[in-house]
Design a protein. Structure first.
Lengths: 314, 278
């Protein structure tokens, strides 16, 4: 009798193990399947345009000419701008929260920064259309043109809707990512490091500079790359403020277009197969870029957060 | 003299970090402030009970979009939560260190970083084109794909907090591994897992991009799950980019409702189930 019972439970055991295994396995399947689906749907476009797809700047659905360069340019410019703004600020937030703030204060500010990430992209976009863009057009862009107008980046008519607006909104959206990851890796720096620096008479900033930052450097780089990945793929907010014009202009004030934005705007309007396929290929390129970026970023973050090499200090 | 410079530098750098934190919080209050100001003015009972009116007419509501969002988030949860929790169980209880679980963990992390619009494209080519129409099911499926990696990670983190001695106590009583997991380990971590699931729900309820060409949107009530369906985020997008003032106001009101929904879920997840973490 006892034999029979044991057999029953072990069958249930094996079943649970199998089911959970299949679910875990499905993540790998899902990723491969997503890549394949996109590649498959992009094939007609890849066949027709080949490598020229990413070097051509002509995007003309009427003449069946598709080149993705303007979108790649717009995506890269806005994302880089966002990174330039968000990386130092995000790092500053992380240092403040991790090294300076009292624990109660830390919880509140930490929660607020997380809320910044919880606001939906489309709400940022709405705010961008009615608050940010008019402000840029009337105050910021004329000011920049006046003082820094000798740089091509700040020339041209202030429109409000353009790469500057896109970059600014992206900066707000990726800041929480950069702050959160930097904080996580800084928290994994062993306290002994800090105490050693302080014991040698370092000021707080010197302690952060010599004991915390070098230690967390790799992980912070990873966090910044994750932020970049988010910026590259962010869709709605950028679509709503970037101006949606497939041009390559040097000025940050000029309307531009991003990869995700062209997909969002034109996907349901693609009237023939090649058009749709070209849009999927834009998505496929975006998928490839973010995949590689995330892959590298996770490697960096993992190498720090998962296995701190603090042991050799003790 | 040198001492003086060092102290000054210390003070300067620390002030910079404080300033960075303040700058980071300005947009939060800017966005929330405007949404509150413009949204409250446009919010009324009709907003929750009426269908959208034709362009330019006032008095329309977003009842169908609110219900649509709830329906699709429900579909996504029904798929995403079980898959995520089961996969999380496998990664902590059955196989923590093999190359396979490392690969799954890594893929999970990478998957969280894939732009959500990509998920929309994939579901469009795989589901919408095959079925021949946009639908609530396709939208829910897209949201589920975004949810799965989030749930796996949070489940894994929570199960890892369960101490080994609890598992060993189960085995020592002759309880099988499967029963130990289901009856002892899972209940111990339940609060944390629910918190993770709620955060994932909050996260996907604001998603717009994956719904644009899976659920599409609808000015009326959807009569079945196999029809295009409205959702709050997509409706906000369409109204915000329209030229009509009445629709802009509805977009603000919709944003207020959406943000409140998300913040409430977030707060509930964090504070109602807090006791475990502290």
């Amino acid at each position: 009798m006892s034999k029979k019972r044991r057999f029953k439970t072990s069958l249930g055991d094996q079943f649970l193990r199998l089911v959970t295994f299949l679910m875990a396995f499905s993540v790998l399947v899902l990723m491969a399947w997503m890549g394949w689906q996109m590649f498959d749907a992009a094939r007609p476009s890849i066949h027709t345009f080949g490598f020229g797809f990413i070097t051509s700047r002509v995007w003309d659905p009427v003449k069946e000419q598709f080149g993705a360069l303007p979108f790649i340019y717009g995506t890269l410019m806005t994302s880089l701008l966002a990174l330039l703004l968000a990386a130092p600020i995000g790092l500053g937030v992380a240092i403040f929260l991790n090294e300076m703030a009292e624990s109660k204060f830390r919880a509140v500010i930490g929660f607020l920064v997380e809320m910044l990430a919880a606001i939906p992209s489309v709400v940022y976009g709405l705010w961008g259309i009615f608050v940010l863009a008019p402000w840029l057009r009337e105050t910021v862009e004329p000011g920049l043109a006046k003082w820094l107008g000798f740089v091509p980046l700040f020339q041209g008519t202030p429109v409000g809707f353009g790469m500057l607006a896109g970059g600014l909104i992206l900066a707000m959206m990726i800041l929480p990512t950069i702050a959160a990851i930097s904080r996580e890796v800084m928290a994994s720096v062993p306290n002994m490091q800090r105490e050693a620096a302080l014991a040698l008479g370092a000021t707080k900033w010197e302690m952060i500079k010599v004991a915390v930052l070098p230690y967390a450097k790799t992980g912070i780089m990873g966090g910044i790359m994750l932020g970049l990945g988010r910026a590259l793929g962010e869709t709605m907010a950028v679509t709503m403020v970037i101006g949606n014009r497939p041009d390559i202009l040097p000025s940050l004030f000029a309307p531009a277009y991003s990869m995700a934005a062209v997909i969002a705007n034109e996907f349901t309007e693609a009237t023939y197969d090649l058009y749709l396929s070209a849009l999927v290929e834009v998505g496929f390129i975006l998928f490839g870029i973010t995949l590689v970026l995330n892959f590298l970023a996770r490697l960096l973050v993992w190498s720090v957060a998962r296995g701190p090499k603090g042991g050799n200090l003790v | 003299m040198k001492e003086y410079i060092r102290k000054y530098k210390n003070w300067l750098m620390l002030s910079i970090f404080v300033a960075a934190t303040i700058i980071a919080l300005v947009p939060l209050f800017g966005v929330l402030g405007y949404v509150l100001k413009n949204g409250l003015g446009a919010l009324n009972i009709q907003f929750f009970t009426n269908l959208p009116k034709a362009m330019g007419l006032s008095g329309g509501g977003m009842a169908n979009a609110i219900v649509g969002t709830l329906i699709m988030v429900l579909i996504a949860s029904l798929i995403g939560i079980p898959v995520g929790i089961l996969a999380g169980i496998y990664l902590t209880e059955y196989d923590r260190h093999s190359w396979f679980s490392t690969a799954v963990r890594f893929a999970t992390d990478v998957l969280t970083g894939i732009p959500s619009i990509i998920v929309g494209i994939v579901i469009y080519t795989a589901v919408v084109l095959k079925m021949g129409n946009f639908s609530a099911l396709a939208g829910g499926l897209a949201l589920a794909i975004i949810m799965i990696p989030l749930i796996i990670r949070s489940t894994e983190e929570m199960l890892k907090l369960v101490s080994h001695s609890i598992r060993e106590a189960g085995y020592a009583l002759g309880i099988s591994k499967g029963k130990t997991i289901l009856k002892i380990v899972l209940p111990t971590a339940a609060k944390g897992i629910i918190t993770g699931a709620m955060l994932a729900i909050a996260r996907v309820s604001g998603e717009t991009a994956p719904l644009l060409f899976t659920a599409l949107g609808n000015q009326y009530w959807a009569r079945s799950l196999n029809e295009p369906i409205a959702s709050l985020p997509v409706q906000i997008f369409q109204y915000a980019t329209s030229p009509y003032k009445e629709w802009h106001q509805l977009a603000w009101a919709g944003s207020l409702v959406l943000i409140l929904m998300i913040i409430i879920i977030n707060l509930a997840a964090r504070f109602a189930f807090r006791s475990r973490h502290s």
